[in-house]
Design a binder for this molecule. Structure first.
Ligand code: THU
Length: 126
């Protein structure tokens, strides 16, 4: 399943809109009920409005009624390269993932599988 999820992330990466950084990222999110939502980074001329691939996938899932996440596969690299090196999620995306995934949520990178709890110890919660 994790290999399939990474393949979905790679396909989503092909849609990355990254004309400013030229760094293309893809993500594929697996919900607890087995649905998959993909995302890519979507940049903007106002750089602060750039949206990460992970958050694209999260917003797609939540807006379709899915709030429990089991795993996410992420791949990223300069747009003209194959995503071989791991592309760990940024801090903001870790916090957003933690809203819907527990510490045991699996974060699949190209070099292995991590838990969200290990990537974001001491997350903020209300
Ligand atoms: N990016 C992601 O999509 N996910 C991350 O976790 C880190 C960075 C994107 C944002 C921007 O479009 C590009 O990669 C370079 O930072």
């Amino acid at each position: 399943m994790y290999k399939e999820l990474m393949e979905a992330a790679k396909r989503a990466r092909a849609n990355a809109y990254c004309r400013y950084s030229h760094f293309a990222v893809g993500a594929a999110l697996l919900t607890e009920d087995g649905s998959v939502f993909t995302g890519c980074n979507v940049e903007n001329a106002a750089y602060g409005e750039c949206i990460c691939a992970e958050r694209t996938a999260v917003v797609k899932a939540v807006s379709e009624g899915h709030r429990k996440f089991a795993a996410i596969a992420i791949c990223g690299a300069p747009e003209d390269e194959e995503p071989e090196k791991p592309c760990p999620p940024c801090g903001a995306c870790r916090q957003v993932l933690a809203e819907f995934g527990g510490g045991e949520m699996q974060v699949i990178l190209t070099d292995g599988v991590y838990t969200l709890g290990a990537l974001l110890p001491g997350r903020f919660s209300l």
